[in-house]
Design a protein around this ligand. Structure first.
Ligand code: SF4
Length: 448
């Protein structure tokens, strides 16, 4: 068993399993789940720890992890020890921060993708956890492995992204830095492509190249792009690789097919015949320990004990017999989860706001609940309520953003291609009621 007292915890604002970060409502402990996956036993251990050492409140994060909020003062070490004892820590304690590999929650399940990237994902996690030099990477440093599943988060920028260029059993992987796989003609194209077998060596080499070149304060791969033009970066990378990078028009012109909208909710077919994966969202990303215990029971009964967290602050139960699918969906709804994209709350994201965060100018969680009630007949495209410009709850720009300017008052923005920040300002200093009226107005399409 790990000895948590032996590790000097790196100072950083990001919570970790050993680094409990103080917030207005108590400490926050983030539990990084390999590929977002956990089993019923681990889920119960987390729920129990949240009750023992905190107020029982949990959050699903937008990187498919779980975090315990409201950790009691003085309980931090005991909480970390309990989680480590439940097998929820990294293989080496110093590797906790670096476990940031984002995959599709349908990894290995998607009927439209013949390549199961699960072994490759494990190889990449092994590489990150077992290479001491990589443990110093920023806790925000992220890698995305996308095998072309229809259920995919393609809006969250990652330091390195790898994306299958075809749906067959032996795809090439396009690679890019500091961004997202390109979907539109105007998006920045991939840098190069490699085979699946070459991916681990590519990532290893790229990270060493970055660490060799990075100066003080250069902690993300966007800094590497700022240091080197793409052609020079590729040249330096190629010099270190034992294989040829694939370049040319096929790579430059490749675009990632669009993922299925709201595919994280409801019943969806999977590769295993007569089985389905079933998705449900946590209201504003929050759940309590009782719900997590209930989900563990449901998983044990219907999905072989498996649960998968998603980057939409939701979860998937995989491998559910088709005959049980409707029952499981109903049980998830009974646990208070969102199972239908038409529910307004399925389209709302809110950060902790002033009730949980000292920076919050408004109680975004409570306001989001009020807004959902106001929008019940006209659910808009995604809306993000933000307590301050740091945008903790969403790693991407939502179709609409309500940015708090005072208690109960917001500026409203609409996402716009090519515009930095939250997009076009539509109106300033709105009351929640006025914002609701604008969002419900004709022209605010749910498909925007
Ligand atoms: S966006 Fe601002 S107010 Fe909201 S949780 Fe982050 S720091 Fe706090």
């Amino acid at each position: 068993m790990h000895d948590s007292s032996a590790l000097p915890v790196r100072p950083h604002a990001c919570p970790g399993l050993l680094r409990i970060v103080a917030s207005r409502d108590g400490g926050i402990c983030r539990i990084k789940l390999p590929c977002g996956q956990l089993d019923a036993t681990a889920a119960r251990a987390i729920a129990l720890a949240a009750e023992r050492h905190a107020g029982g409140v949990l959050e699903a994060t937008n990187r498919a992890n779980l975090q315990i909020r409201g950790v009691h003062a003085g309980a931090e070490s005991a909480l970390s020890r309990d989680l480590l004892a439940a097998g929820l820590g990294p293989r080496e304690l110093a590797a906790d921060d670096v476990r940031n590999l984002l995959v599709s929650p349908a990894l290995g399940l998607d009927p439209g993708s013949a390549f199961d990237a699960s072994p490759l994902a494990r190889q990449l996690l092994d590489l990150l956890e077992r290479t001491p030099r990589f443990h110093g990477l920023s806790p925000k440093f992220g890698i995305q492995l996308d095998a072309g599943e229809a259920l995919a988060m393609l809006e969250h920028p990652n330091d390195i992204w790898l994306s299958a260029m075809s749906a067959d059993a032996a795809p090439l992987f396009a690679v890019g830095l500091a961004g997202c796989p390109p979907q539109r003609a105007t998006d920045r194209p991939a840098l190069a492509a490699v085979t699946a077998a070459q991916v681990p060596v590519l990532v290893d080499t790229l990270l060493h190249l970055f660490l060799d070149l990075a100066g003080d304060g250069q902690t993300r791969l966007r800094h590497l792009r700022e240091m080197l033009r793409d052609d020079l970066l590729l040249e330096r990378l190629q010099q270190r690789l034992p294989f040829e990078l694939q370049l040319g028009p096929a790579v430059d012109n490749w675009r990632r097919p669009a993922p299925r909208a709201f595919g994280h909710l409801g019943i969806h077919p999977q590769r295993l015949p007569d089985h389905a994966m079933i998705g449900a969202g946590f209201v504003l990303g929050r759940l309590d320990s009782t719900t997590l215990f209930g989900l563990a029971d449901l998983a044990e009964r219907f999905s072989g004990g498996q649960l998968r967290l998603t980057p939409w602050q939701s979860l998937i139960l995989p491998d559910v017999a088709q005959a049980d699918a409707a029952v499981v969906l109903g049980a998830l709804a009974n646990l208070g989860l969102l199972v239908d994209a038409a529910q307004p709350l399925s389209r709302l994201v809110a950060c902790s706001g002033s009730s949980g965060c000292a920076r919050g100018l408004a109680d975004t969680k409570a306001d989001a609940l009020r807004l959902a009630e106001r929008l019940r007949h006209a659910p808009p495209a995604g809306v993000h309520l933000c307590g301050c410009p740091r945008s903790c709850a969403a790693a991407h720009v939502a179709p609409y953003t309500l940015l708090a300017v005072a208690d109960g008052r917001y500026d409203l923005f609409r996402r716009a291609d090519g515009l930095a920040g939250f997009g076009h300002p539509l109106a300033r200093n709105l009351s929640l009621e006025a914002a609701g009226d604008l969002l419900a107005a004709p022209g605010v399409s749910i498909d925007a």
